[in-house]
Ligand binder design. Structure first.
Ligand code: FAD
Length: 179
């Protein structure tokens, strides 16, 4: 596993899309309990209007089609070890990877448990979503709880993914396609 993504709202799924598209072995962990299931979007650029639940269905299908694994499971603990970060799942199994993207939404329990620094609101991150713990990114609502919008979370996820790819490549990376 290259990257573990915890949280399956727009932030986590967007990170997964970019990473899977780049050929990374990525897993998204979450039980589709996102706030999106209560939203009716009229403010997502390029889409006139869509129910949040329909947006999620389309996003999950898109991400899975690019090769990411989406697992319907909650993470009960996250720990740093010699071989990377290990997420313990509610069924007792675990996954380990050198990089983690956290998109926990309205709370940030796992980020806190890892010792990620906090800002006045949410988790402190740099311009690419990297937290104070190397190898751990935080995106979306958990870094901007009072200004939470789906399109911002999706953008955050994309930024984090490009940073992961750029660090590995040792140079900046664009994900550009042409018709
Ligand atoms: C009633 C309502 C209406 C809204 N309307 C709009 C709107 O019109 N337009 C708009 O842009 N936004 C709207 N929003 C806000 C929008 O839903 C959020 O901005 C968006 O969901 C944030 O995405 P995210 O990926 O950052 O976090 P979330 O969507 O909150 O995703 C976080 C996910 O992580 C999961 N998770 C957390 N911890 C764990 C764990 N330990 N293990 C596994 N999974 C975990 C959660 O269950 C959740 O599924 C609305 C929200 C609500 C509540």
């Amino acid at each position: 596993m290259d990257v573990i993504i915890i949280g399956d709202g727009p932030g986590g799924l967007s990170a997964a899309l970019f990473l899977a598209k780049a050929g990374k072995n990525v897993v998204v962990l979450g039980k589709d309990e996102t706030a999106m299931n209560w939203a009716m979007l009229h403010n997502y650029l390029g889409i006139d209007a869509i129910a949040g639940t329909d947006f999620q269905k389309a996003a999950r299908a898109q991400v899975a089609a690019k090769g990411a694994s989406i697992r319907d499971v909650a993470v009960t603990a996250l720990a740093r070890g010699d071989s990377g970060f290990t997420a313990t799942l509610e069924d007792g199994s675990s996954v380990t990877a050198p990089v983690v993207v956290l998109s926990e939404g309205k709370s940030w329990k796992l980020a806190k448990s890892l010792g990620c620094e906090e800002a006045a609101q949410g988790v402190r991150v740099d311009a690419h979503g990297l937290t104070s713990v190397p190898g751990v990114y935080a995106v979306g609502r958990m870094v901007r709880p009072a200004r939470s919008q789906a399109i911002i979370s999706a953008g955050d996820g994309a930024k984090a993914a490009l940073d992961i790819l750029a660090r590995e490549a040792g140079k900046d990376v664009q994900d550009w396609d042409s018709p």
